[in-house]
Design a protein around this ligand. Structure first.
Ligand code: C2E
Ligand code: MG
Ligand code: MG
Length: 715
């Protein structure tokens, strides 16, 4: 038996131990006899397990040994050494030439050789022993190394696999020194394998912003558990990347600790997506501006800072005037373009402000006040933004904005500030639009109750809290009942009866005016049908008030038709009352819409005539049938500031233009007398009846002797 360590090249450690155990009794005996040959064989046997050849200086074989088939399971014995393929022979010839002239020189090479049992790896080594008196030749050893090769390849394959992984794979020993570092780790962290191996992993791959993560990791791994978490790592070049990592302690079958294997993935891409999602959650898609959520957060931060630094913050609530007109009238596409164009201008004009889209056509601008600037300095800059017309899609749009300003007091929250700025904005609208208004305490009260009311109005219809009251309209001077005006009321459970002046503007802003308006139309027309049947009122008509939002809505025509059809009332019995101000927003479109409406046969009335600022020029173009003289003129009749000439002028105007004139708000006999003198043809007012619920007015009609059985006129 022979046991020898095998040492290769400059390595100090043996890479294998060769033990050979053979029955060589006969051979040893023969060798002894052979002398030199025996010593040669001893030497060769030290190196060879599978076989050898000894060549002379010319390359001729002077001795050959190939184990017999029975002696070894290795395939080497099957090699017909002398019949190697040319390529392999060439390798061997090259080795031979390299060692031949250099006594003591060794060359070795692995060759894959096709044998009768398949391809197998052989390690060939050649050593020049020409000068050795015991050998006098070149020894060629060969060994079957197929198994070793396979193991090596498996290791390489695994390493390649680990390299091919997109994840950095790092194994550390018990002390945290890096024992394995794949290519992805190099790619991810910038350290080469050579640089990394043997270093403490904590020195190369440490979380930059949280020691909590590494403490937690260490604790779990020490307990034999795996840990997963994400943290940020500083790379070799100083840049920081977000990673997600899993660290797992690995043990062998006996439970002996081998290594901690850490697998980390660069999640920069995922973070980018996450950031994008976060951006979308905090920004408005259409304009790219921060949205309401973002605004509130930003304001909260600013307010905290302002409380400390005692700086002033202005919050501007900007609402584009009559944006609905653009959006409903010209279309949403242009509406969107307007919003983007306004955004661009705002951003350009106010580069140092925080501009958010609050919703719809509302923008909020947050601006730290310059030390000696006036509170409305920023508002003036915003108003400037709207001075030049917007040219979109070939259309020239003249827009304006109403701005509410609130500035932060120490007790303010983002919520109260925004609410106050909003209230101030509504005040600016009321004051005539295209201007700014500063929030004050009076507005604060209004803002609070307005908010409550808005929420409740949404439910008023479902909860049956709305009711239509009716006021009779009388023909002068005979005082015959000519018709009725429908006037809505809100029976608020807590506030009692709420006046339409209070909630109709709210309904307009919230869009609730459409369902509410349709409901009033239906109720009123239906009620007219009832009264026409029950009383001697076959010619009576019904007047219904219509808001701006309804005039510009595409559904009004349909609503009117369906109301009339439902009650079988001819169109000529319905009068829609519009105010001068309600059509001023978009005169051209209002005129078009009203013309179409009137073609169905209904009548149109201008309500509150004299209070608006419409010129007579528009009056001529409007398809109007009725003028209603505003109550304020009537109430002055018979007093010191007598409006008689004005009333007379309107009546005459009515005669000329073939319009019926109705005087509103007649309360006294003196007023009636004056109206009669002015030959005003119609009137309504408390003098005869307040607006009443339908049943109450039925009672009144009965009192007037108008029941179908009676059929007499008013006296
Ligand atoms: P309006 O159309 O000018 O209605 C006349 C207002 O004068 C009514 O107020 C009525 O109650 C009141 N009035 C009538 N006679 C007299 C009187 O002799 N003396 C005094 N001091 N007042 C009198 P009301 O009902 O509070 O309605 C206010 C406004 O609300 C209406 O003014 C109208 O513009 C609007 N409105 C009422 N109902 C509706 C509705 O269903 N839809 C819309 N869009 N607006 C409505
Ligand atoms: Mg009216
Ligand atoms: Mg009126």
């Amino acid at each position: 038996m022979d046991v020898r360590p095998l040492i290769r090249g400059a390595e100090l450690e043996p890479y294998a131990v060769v033990s050979t155990l053979r029955d060589v009794t006969d051979r040893v005996e023969a060798e002894r006899q052979l002398g030199v040959a025996g010593r040669r064989r001893d030497l060769v046997m030290l190196k060879s397990v599978d076989g050898y050849r000894i060549l002379d200086a010319q390359g001729a074989v002077i001795e050959a040994y190939t184990p017999l088939e029975s002696e070894s399971e290795t395939a080497a014995k099957l090699i017909p050494f002398e019949t190697l393929p040319d390529a392999d022979r060439a390798v061997l010839v090259g080795m031979f030439k390299a060692v031949r002239g250099h006594p003591g020189a060794t060359r070795s090479s692995d060759l894959l050789i096709r044998t009768r049992v398949g391809a197998r790896w052989f390690e060939f080594s050649m050593t020049n022993h020409l000068n050795s008196p015991e050998v006098c030749g070149i020894i060629v050893n060969f060994r079957d190394v197929t198994a070793r090769k396979a193991a090596e390849r498996a290791v390489i394959f695994q390493a390649r696999l680990l390299d091919a992984a997109g994840q950095a794979i790092i194994a550390t020993d018990a002390r945290g020194r890096i024992a394995f570092w794949n290519q992805a780790a190099t790619h991810m962290y910038g350290w080469t394998q050579t640089e990394a191996l043997g270093r403490f992993v904590a020195d190369l791959v440490a979380p930059v912003d949280s020691t909590a993560a590494s403490d937690d990791l260490a604790e779990r791994v020490a307990a034999g558990l795996s840990w997963t978490g994400d943290f940020r790592v500083r790379r070799r070049d100083g840049t920081v990347i977000p990673v997600i990592a899993t660290s797992t302690p690995v043990f062998d079958d006996d439970g002996t600790f081998l290594a901690v294997v850490g697998v980390t993935t660069d999640i920069t891409d995922r973070k980018v997506t996450e950031d994008e999602l976060a951006r979308r959650a905090t920004h408005d898609d259409l304009t790219g501006l921060p949205n309401k959520v973002h605004l509130v957060k930003h304001l909260d931060v600013l307010l905290t800072g302002a409380r400390k630094d005692r700086t002033e913050i202005d919050v501007l609530f900007v609402d584009i005037d009559r944006f609905k007109v653009v959006n409903d009238g010209i279309g949403h596409v242009v509406g969107d373009q307007v919003l983007r164009a306004v955004t661009r201008r705002l951003v350009r004009h106010l580069p140092d402000a925080f501009i958010a889209r609050f919703g719809g056509d509302e923008f909020v601008i947050v601006h730290p006040r310059q030390p000696d600037a006036a509170p409305d300095a920023t508002a003036d800059r915003v108003l400037d933004v709207f001075r030049a017309p917007f040219v979109l899609d070939g259309l020239e749009l003249h827009l304006s904005a109403s701005i509410g300003i609130a500035y932060a007091s120490p007790t303010d929250t983002s919520e109260t500030l925004l609410r106050d700025a909003d209230a101030a904005m509504y005040k600016a609208k009321e004051n005539g639009r295209a201007q700014s208004c500063l929030f004050d305490r009076v507005l604060r009260e209004r803002a609070r109750s307005r908010l409550d009311l808005e929420g409740e109005l949404r439910h008023a219809l479902d909860r049956d809290e709305l009711e239509v009251y009716y006021q009779p309209i009388l023909a002068l001077p005979a005082l015959r009942v000519a018709g009725f005006e429908a006037l809505i009321r809100w029976n608020h459970p807590a506030r009692g009866v709420v006046s339409p002046d209070e909630f109709i503007p709210l309904a307009e802003e919230t869009g609730l005016i459409i369902p509410i308006g349709e409901w009033v139309l239906d109720s009123a027309v239906h009620q007219l049908g009832v009264w026409q049947q029950d009383f001697a009122l076959a010619d009576a008509g019904m007047a219904v008030n219509i808001a701006t939002g309804q005039i510009l809505s595409s559904s009004l025509n349909r609503a009117v038709e369906s109301a009339l059809q439902g009650a079988r009332i001819p169109a000529s019995k319905l009068t829609l009352e519009i105010t001068e101000t309600s059509i001023m927003g978009d005169i051209e479109r209002s005129i078009r819409s009203l013309r179409t409406l009137r073609e169905t046969g209904i009548h149109l009335a201008i309500d509150d005539f004299g209070t608006g600022y419409s010129s007579l020029a528009y009056l001529k173009r409007l398809p109007v049938d009725v003028l209603k003289i505003d109550r304020s003129f009537v109430s002055d009749l018979g007093t010191r500031f007598d409006d008689r000439p004005l009333v007379e002028a309107i009546t005459m105007l009515g005669e000329t233009l073939k319009l019926r004139v109705v005087a509103e708000g007649v309360e006294t006999a003196a007023q009636l007398e004056t109206l009669n003198e002015a030959r005003c043809p119609f009137a309504q007012g408390y003098l005869w009846s307040r607006p009443l619920p339908a049943t109450a007015l039925s009672g009144w009609l009965t009192e007037q002797g108008l029941s179908n059985s009676a059929g007499r006129g008013l006296t």
